[in-house]
Design a protein. Structure first.
Length: 211
């Protein structure tokens, strides 16, 4: 957040003809998402955007039946960041429920299915995993959790997501690799060499950093 504003401050920029359109592509389905986007968001930098330029941009990006919103550039950036943080939050919640179900000795599958039948929740993004990752979700979580440093307090909820995701990955790794870790003095195997439990790796995942 803020990169679009910094771009607008460059000398010679004509704000009325400057726009930003965040992408919402998913890994593995990017081409499909380009052909059939879920929504189109266009951010403007001026109080009154150049009508001709705005019409050119909207005509180029518009898809029949797809919601299209025109808003301030800062709002468009927040749509992008907050959407990914919500997905990370949802995955973290699902993993927490899966961990609780495991502790109680019950199958998490029927539990998540029952939760997803609530139309306000649905079944999308409701599968337990090692934790969230990729190129977008961790970056957006760091961005949103540190965005308040210049404007107020750190956003507590998003700031807690990286440690929670890291712990889930550690638990899964230990379940898979634990039996293969050799006794003290033996030659370490792949799991022990790449253990997520090293202090350096804990600091990397547990401490949000500004980028």
């Amino acid at each position: 957040m803020g990169s679009a504003t910094r771009l607008a401050r460059r000398p010679g920029m004509v704000l009325g003809r400057l726009f930003v359109a965040p992408e919402f592509l998913r890994q593995g389905t990017a081409l499909q998402d380009i052909r059939t986007p879920t929504r189109i968001v266009i951010g403007i930098f001026a109080e009154q955007a150049d009508p001709e330029a705005l019409a050119l941009v909207t005509d180029a990006l518009a898809h029949e039946g797809t919601p299209l919103q025109v808003m301030r550039a800062e709002e468009a950036s927040l749509v992008k960041n907050a959407s990914n943080v919500f997905l990370a939050l949802r995955l973290t919640f699902v993993n927490d429920v899966a961990g609780m179900a495991e502790d109680l000795g019950v199958d998490v599958g029927p539990v998540l299915e029952g939760i997803g039948h609530d139309p306000r929740i649905d079944h999308a993004y409701m599968r337990p995993s090692f934790g969230f990752g990729g190129s977008c979700l961790p970056k957006e979580v760091r961005t949103l959790s540190t965005a308040g440093l210049d404007r107020g307090p750190t956003r507590t909820m998003s700031g807690r997501l990286p440690p929670s995701s890291w712990r889930r990955g550690c638990c899964r790794r230990e379940r898979i690799c634990g039996p293969m870790i050799p006794p003290r003095g033996a030659t370490p195997n792949l799991c022990s060499r790449t253990s997520s439990s090293s202090p350096a790796r804990r600091r990397r995942f547990a401490t949000p950093t500004r980028r």
